[in-house]
Design a protein around this ligand. Structure first.
Ligand SMILES: Nc1nc2c(c(=O)[nH]1)N[C@H]1C(S)=C(S)[C@@H](COP(=O)(O)OP(=O)(O)OC[C@H]3O[C@@H](n4cnc5c(=O)[nH]c(N)nc54)[C@H](O)[C@@H]3O)O[C@H]1N2
Ligand SMILES: Nc1nc2c(c(=O)[nH]1)N[C@H]1C(S)=C(S)[C@@H](COP(=O)(O)OP(=O)(O)OC[C@H]3O[C@@H](n4cnc5c(=O)[nH]c(N)nc54)[C@H](O)[C@@H]3O)O[C@H]1N2
Ligand code: SF4
Ligand SMILES: [Mo]
Length: 750
């Protein structure tokens, strides 16, 4: 399916137009921008991590433009471009609130934080340290997440520290760690400019990472014979630039990925030298298998077999394998939630890595497996910094005695201070709130009352009189309405901190205006709370810059080293990619690569060194096809999937308050195929009742062939019609990431 240049330009027009708007807006801002002071920062929204300039006039944030000297080359998507409206919105929370006689009423900071300190301390005393918990976010700054992590682990002494990246990136973490030994992508955005083949699987890049998509589209337009393969059941805007679009039954792409490997091996598109040097093989948990074993494992996965399992035509699978594996071509894979939010999310990640390992298309300009992160600081602030229950900062694990001992030394704690009891992962944490094993929870910069799967169940737990729920947010949300204490946080533009995006780029986001009302930065709130709880010596910093110096020191002798990324450098530079061990180091574009990664010795005899693995080899894992938790049956005959649209961000608290974005698209609709709409007798705009085993919601119908027959899609942005009343809270047994992408529903005309 060749796409002519004209048609290609036509089909990408929508996305490019949005992206380009940032560019023209910059010119506009420059032309009419006299009297505006511009300060460098980072976009508040997605994991692309675009550099911005924040424009201030008369003490007010008035405009945002793209940073020409950052990776986004001056471009922004519409959400980023309209960011100035968010902190200025009249709905901002301006005073702390506490619940009295069932109602949230305004109070002072002193009363609010004294109450929080008392309730948490009392709970620890009476019910033990694991009766309290912290639930954070990939949208907080690194210094904020670090403050929360240290307060709860070293202060309250619990590993009940989690965050929304569990809902988002946990399967990618599991994939990276098992395949390569360490978390985080090894490539960089610049690889896009060198790639000949883009393999986009379970990623609606056009809507969710628009500026990365823009760069892909530009490469396709100007790079000669550049091919794009999209693997997604839906015909998304991303699929519109595809040369080949693989469509299939949700949850069956493990079979497709194995069948691609089957074809690659059968047709000799493998890199034997690289495999011999740098690849091991494994099944289950042990890497004790051989290349011959792997070939035997792949025997089952003929394209015919994969077609039978997935419904994807075998010729498409063969074509995809041939494009992916073509000798001499550079292949770049991107994936996101279509793979991660699955009960077999880690396996799906492993299978993508496998394709790069057997073809040797890895660790070279334009060739890399690359899991796109969702939030602006899921990588830097939570994954690297250790903000999940099983982690400790910078690659250490809370379950390993030697890692705890090391952290105790680095933090100046008595031996044995850090808890050895395992903490609860996100879903288990809210289940423990339901069973009252957890009694007090501090929720920061996330909206679980809307974003958790099977959300009604956990809303009840948060609402219960027997649980004490503290929420820090900038707006009233579906979670603040359940809280016992609401803390008004300072918003983007009103505080400073570090974000680390998808490509390991750390950058500083700037404070340009004072917080509204009595709002305070999350960092200041946590430091204040620590002092009130008697843990002031653990959080002794006067500002985030002081915390950053401690964080650099904690990461120093690890594979996540960024000692060289000083605060001064962050102020000057437009982001630096770690590893960056010394102040003079330029940063690292490609990890594990001799000559690029400072952690690989210059005299290492091979091209790559996977230093996180005992034998320094990456692992090809044998992962079979396994069905999702719920598949359609007689009673619930449709697949239900959820995700995003370009105009809105998650629970809509911010983008829903931007007038242009709210006008463009606000309410959730159910995307349904015309044939299915006919079957249940609804027309476009008519109402459809969607019911799963967990709940029912009525949505207006968006009749379109974007979703295939037998599958419907709803976006997660609507706080009134919440798709999570329907979703399933089953999770991957390894990563514990929930299966937001797949459950079974029935549809009725409402
Ligand atoms: N506009 C916008 N951009 C965002 C966000 C936002 O809220 N709005 N959020 C950010 C965050 S935190 C994240 S995590 C990312 C998410 O970014 P993406 O993962 O790209 O977005 P989603 O819409 O969640 O899901 C992607 C695709 O997965 C497909 N899918 C469903 N089931 C399957 C399956 O079985 N196999 C495969 N291969 N695909 C499947 C869906 O059809 C959907 O098109 O976006 C980030 N960027
Ligand atoms: N059905 C379904 N559900 C999903 C997903 C899906 O694909 N489908 N995706 C999952 C994924 S990948 C993710 S990442 C999550 C996201 O889910 P959430 O994190 O719950 O969603 P957000 O809307 O990003 O919530 C961020 C909150 O922080 C507030 N906020 C903004 N700035 C600040 C600040 O500086 N400080 C504080 N304290 N608060 C601030 C915002 O107002 C908002 O309420 O959703 C998950 N849920
Ligand atoms: S692509 Fe992401 S980071 Fe860039 S402007 Fe858009 S929302 Fe912001
Ligand atoms: Mo996410």
């Amino acid at each position: 399916m060749a796409v002519s240049r004209r048609r290609f330009l036509f089909t990408t027009a929508a996305a490019s137009a949005l992206a380009a708007l940032g560019k023209s807006s910059e010119t506009l801002a420059e032309a009419g921008g006299t009297g505006i002071t511009w300060t460098k920062g980072v976009c508040r929204y997605c994991g692309t991590g675009c550099g911005v300039y924040k424009g201030v006039m008369g003490g007010k944030l008035v405009a945002v433009k793209g940073d020409k000297y950052n990776h986004n080359q001056g471009f922004l998507c519409l959400k980023g471009f309209l960011l100035a409206q968010v902190p200025n919105h009249p709905d901002r929370l301006k005073k702390p609130l506490v619940r009295k006689n069932g109602k949230l009423v305004e109070t002072s900071w002193d009363e609010a934080l004294s109450l929080v300190a008392k309730r948490f301390k009392d709970s620890v005393k009476k019910h033990g340290a694991d009766s309290v918990a912290f639930y954070g976010s990939g949208q907080g700054y690194t210094e904020e997440s670090y403050a929360g992590n240290k307060l709860f682990r070293a202060g309250f002494r619990t590993n009940n520290i989690e965050g929304n990246p569990r809902l988002c990136m946990a399967s990618a973490v599991g994939g990276y760690v098992t395949s390569f030994g360490k978390d985080e992508p090894m490539g960089c955005y610049e690889d896009i400019d060198h790639a000949d083949v883009f393999f986009l699987i379970g990623s609606n890049t056009a809507e969710c990472h628009p500026i990365i998509f823009r760069r892909i589209a530009k490469r396709k337009e100007t790079g000669g014979d550049v091919k794009v393969i999209v693997v997604d059941p839906r015909r998304t805007p991303t699929a519109r630039i595809a040369d080949l679009h693989l469509r299939f039954k949700p949850g069956t792409d493990l079979a497709i990925l194995n069948a691609m490997a089957h074809v690659i091996v059968k047709e000799g598109m493998v890199d034997e030298k690289f495999i011999k040097e740098s690849v091991g093989f494994g099944q289950g948990k042990a890497a004790d298998k051989s290349w011959e074993d792997y070939k035997a494992f792949l025997e089952t996965y003929t394209p015919e077999y994969a077609e039978k399992v997935s419904g994807c035509p075998k010729d498409d699978i063969i074509a995809a394998a041939r494009i992916f594996g073509a000798k001499g071509k550079r292949t770049l894979s991107f994936w996101t939630m279509g793979l991660n939010q699955r009960t077999r999310g880690v396996w799906a990640n492993n299978l993508c890595h496998n394709l790069h390992l057997i073809t040797g298309k890895i660790g070279m300009p334009g060739s890399t497996p690359f899991s796109l992160t969702g939030q602006p600081n899921a990588c830097g602030g939570v994954r690297d910094q250790g903000g999940l229950s099983h982690l400790l900062p910078y690659g250490r694990l809370s379950g390993k005695p030697e890692h705890r001992a090391l952290m105790e030394k680095l933090w100046g704690l008595e031996p044995g201070t850090l808890p050895d009891r395992p903490g609860k992962h996100a879903v288990a944490m809210f289940q423990a709130l339901e069973s009252k094993d957890i009694k007090c929870i501090y929720i920061m910069c996330t909206n679980p009352g809307q974003s958790l799967p099977n959300v009604d169940r956990y809303r009840k737990a948060m609402k219960s009189k027997d649980t004490f729920v503290v929420v820090s947010d900038i707006f009233p949300t579906r979670t603040t309405e359940l809280a016992d204490v609401v803390l008004p946080a300072a918003a983007w533009g009103e505080k400073e901190g570090v974000y680390g995006c998808s490509e390991r780029r750390y950058q500083l986001d700037s404070k340009v205006v004072e917080p509204v009302g009595e709002a305070r930065p999350d960092f200041d709130i946590l430091v204040d709370l620590a002092h009130r709880c008697g843990f002031g010596d653990l959080l002794p910093w006067k500002n985030p810059a002081e915390a950053w110096d401690e964080i650099r020191r904690i990461a120093k002798d690890t594979p996540y080293a960024f000692w060289g990324i000083t605060r001064e450098r962050l102020h000057k530079d437009h982001g630096v990619l770690w590893p960056c061990p010394t102040e003079g180091h330029p940063g690292t574009k490609r990890r594990y690569v001799r000559g690029e990664d400072p952690l690989v010795p210059a005299d290492w005899p091979k091209r790559m060194m996977f230093y996180g693995k005992p034998d320094k080899k990456a692992v090809v894992w044998f992962r079979p096809q396994k069905d999702p938790q719920e598949v359609p049956d007689k009673e619930y005959p449709f697949y239900f999937t959820t995700g995003r649209v370009i105009e809105h961000w998650h629970t809509g608290t911010m983008t829903g308050r931007c007038k242009e974005l709210a006008h463009a698209r606000r309410d959730a609709e159910v995307e349904i195929h015309p044939d299915d709409a006919k079957k249940i007798g609804v027309r476009a705009g008519g109402m459809v009742k969607v019911t799963s085993r967990r709940g029912s919601v009525v949505f207006p119908a968006n009749v379109t062939d974007t979703s295939p027959r037998g599958m419907v899609f709803v976006n997660m942005h609507d706080e009134k019609r919440m798709c999570n009343e329907i979703t399933v809270d089953a999770y991957d047994p390894g990563s514990k990431q929930p299966e937001f992408k797949i459950c079974a529903v029935k549809l009725e005309k409402a």
